[in-house]
Design a protein around this ligand. Structure first.
Ligand SMILES: NC(=O)c1ccc[n+]([C@@H]2O[C@H](COP(=O)([O-])OP(=O)(O)OC[C@H]3O[C@@H](n4cnc5c(N)ncnc54)[C@H](O)[C@@H]3O)[C@@H](O)[C@H]2O)c1
Length: 341
């Protein structure tokens, strides 16, 4: 790595967790826009292959490692941090909260201290609709009370609160992007979702369609929704990437901090998603009906108006079949929906 006084390394954007699912799509989007990017990812869940290696420097390490992060900030002139790195298995956060508070709260706190030391005060944070907890009204806007019901959501809300205090005391500027259900893959099929274990609905359904899973189980068919199954707001990962681009432009300019929901504003039930997957793939597969899981609200749909106003952004991929088609292309493409490393 070259020193930051060597001009070619001036003005980088640091992406934590950039080798993960949403981070890698965002890295690709920002690299195409001409940003110089470095990624810090410990590869616990991320994939080296998800990154365009010729355009991006990957530093394999932990964002909670102050010594490493100090070295990174010394070597690059970092103008802003896009913070994706976190653990995101809601169920595991209930059974092992220590792992979540250590990684989603203590580690970024260490990073914030290094940012402060180097006077880097712009942060875009991957927050979540899980910070709202059970919806009190729909669609969910940013004024909705934040009462998370699991340690994962709590860790995200606590970090929001800490960053707000850094704004007040140290003049940090932030964008909290509260994603609803991220899904899909890049439209050219080059990168996509490869979580291990996978818990997200669309890849699980496509595993059933491809025969890698015996069946897909619907947890709960007696919700107060049109067809009795849960309704969610599915936001395409490339739309999330462009929202990060808009938030970055705002913070690199003179724009003030903001917190916005990122969703389409439309809900789809699990049954609808399954039917759409059958139509897109042309495959039949077994669908099993299971009991409700604790903690699953019937409906989670974003009010996307604030994002439209503040970022001049809205989701472009609105058709659930288009979303599924992009995920299916990735799964049936050369990599078979799996990275080699
Ligand atoms: N996927 C969704 O639907 C969704 C919804 C709301 C919010 N989010 C948030 O968006 C972010 C990205 O989600 P994703 O689905 O891309 O997850 P992901 O697991 O694919 O990506 C997270 C990346 O962070 C890395 N990482 C984790 N802890 C780290 C650490 N301490 N140091 C360095 N690297 C670390 C992992 O190796 C991984 O590459 C997460 O913060 C998640 O909480 C995701």
């Amino acid at each position: 790595m070259a020193r930051k006084n060597e001009g070619e390394f001036m003005g980088h954007i640091l992406v934590t967790g950039g080798a993960g699912y949403i981070g890698s799509h965002t890295v690709r989007y920002l690299a195409e826009k001409g940003h110089r990017i470095i990624v810090v990812d410990n590869l616990v869940y991320g994939h080296r292959d998800a990154l365009p290696s010729e355009q991006v420097d990957l530093i394999v390490g932990d964002i909670g490692d102050k010594q490493l992060m100090t070295e990174v900030f010394k070597r690059y002139d970092i103008q802003a941090v896009l913070h994706f790195a976190a653990y995101a298995y809601v169920g595991e956060s209930v059974t092992d909260p220590a792992r979540y508070y250590a990684n989603n709260l203590v580690a970024p706190l260490n990073m914030l201290e290094v940012m402060r030391e180097f006077n880097c005060k712009r942060i875009i944070f991957s927050s979540t609709c899980a910070t709202y907890g059970h919806p009190q009204y729909l669609p969910i806007d940013e004024k909705h009370p934040q009462r998370p019901i699991n340690p994962y959501g709590k860790s995200k809300l606590m970090l929001e609160e800490i960053i707000k205090d850094y704004y007040t005391a140290y003049a940090f500027r932030y964008a909290f992007l509260r994603y609803f259900n991220a899904c899909g893959a890049s439209h050219d099929g080059a990168i996509g979702e490869d979580h291990n274990p996978e818990t997200h609905l669309i890849p699980l359904i496509l595993d059933a369609a491809s025969g890698e899973r015996e069946a897909i189980t619907i947890y709960g068919t007696d919700y107060d929704t049109e067809d009795g199954t849960c309704v969610r707001d599915y936001i395409h990962v490339e739309d999330l990437a462009s929202a990060h681009g808009a938030a970055l432009d705002r913070l690199l300019g003179d724009g003030d901090s903001l917190m916005v929901n990122l969703g389409t504003g439309q809900g789809h039930s699990i049954k609808e998603v399954i039917d759409a997957a059958k139509a897109v793939t042309g495959r039949e597969f077994d669908v099993r009906l299971g009991q409700r899981r604790p903690g699953d609200p019937a409906v989670l749909v974003a009010n996307p108006e604030m994002a439209k106003k503040a970022l001049d952004w809205e989701a472009e991929v609105r058709d659930i079949e288009d979303i599924i088609r992009s995920a299916w292309n990735w799964k049936t493409g050369p990599k078979g929906g799996k990275y080699s490393k």
